[in-house]
Design a protein around this ligand. Structure first.
Ligand code: ADP
Length: 402
């Protein structure tokens, strides 16, 4: 064997492992192959789950100015035969020198083996020749072997990625179970404790104490309900089982309703509304209210005692809601994650929750083709922004400042 041949093999093999990226390696390998092996088009077919379907995994047109995609059809029948027979197939046109070059394809098909299994076929075409010589077929066999290896490597990489993502999911799930059991137990502990105390036969409680205990029980039951709702809602969103009931909505009216409910429940709550006339939104009123309620509930939990300002602005055809508090804010390193499922800013005074509220908000807003994000300055407060696509003209009667 001469040195040039060996050097060429080395170039081929180096090209095949030149990149972590499967497609880039394949490109580099085919470019190197073509230095010694002429072909116009090549295509790789993979056998589908039920062997009848062939999927084209890669196609390349080198010469003759035809697109690889359009030309892939030439190889399909050949690939089918190769996979069925598990053998190399050579097909040469019947000689008739006066037909056009493109009507005289010289075909070569080789099976792609992964282990003992035929996973697909590698096909080459030369339009108008030259015929494949035995050394060409040998080189093509080497190519088939390398390409099968590349596919195997890619399959392994994919499996590894899947495994990693499953492991990540499992870790989150475990964290979630730990969090949720703690979060369920805490309010239940309060409810049980205060109920037992109130029921004691040997003590009588004055009215003020009774009210205080009942208020705690009531608040803890509310937390519990919110938590369970959030867990169920997040599971529904995760499985894609949520459907929206879409109708034209006035977002200003929705915000006003939610604000009224919160003002009634928390007498000291200071909320400023600053609304501009905005277009209607096509959306699900109950779901959007749920988002606003979540923002209120977070502001109460994480920025207790802070005033809240809600502004509504028109932005071209869209509208933008800004929901701001003047609480302690979110540290910048955590801000990008607060919309992730189960994410909670660590090291804070613990509040009831499971890191699901903002995840749910994001899913709902995205289902409305909108965007939600937050900006925060530690020590000065947090503002949540929501942008929703609007429909038509602004409402005729803008609601004045409040
Ligand atoms: P949960 O409240 O159950 O922890 P969320 O998804 O609603 O889950 O919020 C994620 C995290 O974002 C919270 O744990 C909290 O640290 C932070 N956060 C949310 N709203 C605010 C806010 N208004 N001010 C400061 N931090 C907030």
């Amino acid at each position: 064997m001469d040195a040039r041949t060996l050097e060429y093999f080395l170039t081929l093999l180096q090209a095949a492992s030149s990149s972590e990226d499967f497609k880039a390696s394949l490109d580099a390998f085919l470019a190197a192959l073509r230095e010694a092996f002429i072909f116009d088009n090549m295509a790789i077919y993979l056998a589908g789950i039920n062997d009848e379907e062939l999927e084209i995994a890669y196609a390349r047109a080198m010469g003759r100015g035809r697109s690889a995609e359009a030309d892939a059809a030439w190889g399909e029948a050949l690939a089918g035969q190769v996979i069925a027979s598990r053998e190399i197939i050579l097909q040469e046109p019947k000689r008739s020198g006066d037909t056009a070059r493109l009507d005289r394809p010289y075909l070569l098909g080789l099976p792609l083996f992964i282990g003992q299994e035929t996973r697909g076929a590698l096909t080459f075409v030369r339009f108008g020749g030259p015929p494949y010589l035995p050394e060409h077929v040998l080189l093509a066999r080497l190519a088939a072997w390398v390409i099968a290896e590349l596919f195997r490597r890619e399959e392994q990489q994919r499996l590894l990625e899947q495994l990693n993502s499953v492991q990540q999911q499992m870790r989150l799930q475990e964290d979630f179970l730990a969090t949720i059991s703690h979060e369920l137990r805490t309010p239940l502990g309060f409810i049980k404790g205060y109920t037992t105390t109130l029921l004691r036969q040997d003590t009588t409680w004055d009215e003020a104490t009774r009210r205080e205990f009942l208020t705690i029980i009531d608040e803890e039951a509310t937390h519990l309900t919110e938590l369970i709702e959030n867990v169920l809602e997040s599971a529904r969103l995760q499985s894609g089982a949520v459907s929206l009931t879409i109708q034209p909505l006035r977002v200003d009216a929705l915000l006003r309703d939610v604000t009224t409910r919160y003002r009634a429940r928390y007498k000291d709550l200071e909320v400023t509304l600053d609304f501009e006339a905005v277009p209607l939104v096509l959306g699900d009123g109950a779901r959007l209210s749920q988002v606003f309620e979540n923002l209120f509930s977070n502001a109460l939990k994480y920025a207790p005692g802070s005033p809240i300002t809600i502004t509504l602005r028109r932005r071209g055809d869209a509208l933008r809601i800004a929901f701001g508090d003047r609480g302690p804010g979110v540290p910048p390193e955590h801000l990008p994650h607060i919309f992730d499922r189960f994410y909670r800013v660590p090291g804070r005074a613990r509040r009831p929750g499971a890191g699901l509220g903002l995840y749910i908000c994001k899913q709902i807003i995205q289902a409305h083709h909108g965007k939600i994000w937050a900006e925060s300055t530690p020590g000065q407060g947090t503002t949540f922004f929501i942008e929703l696509p609007g429909q038509g003209q602004p409402n005729e009667s803008p609601i004045a400042r409040d």
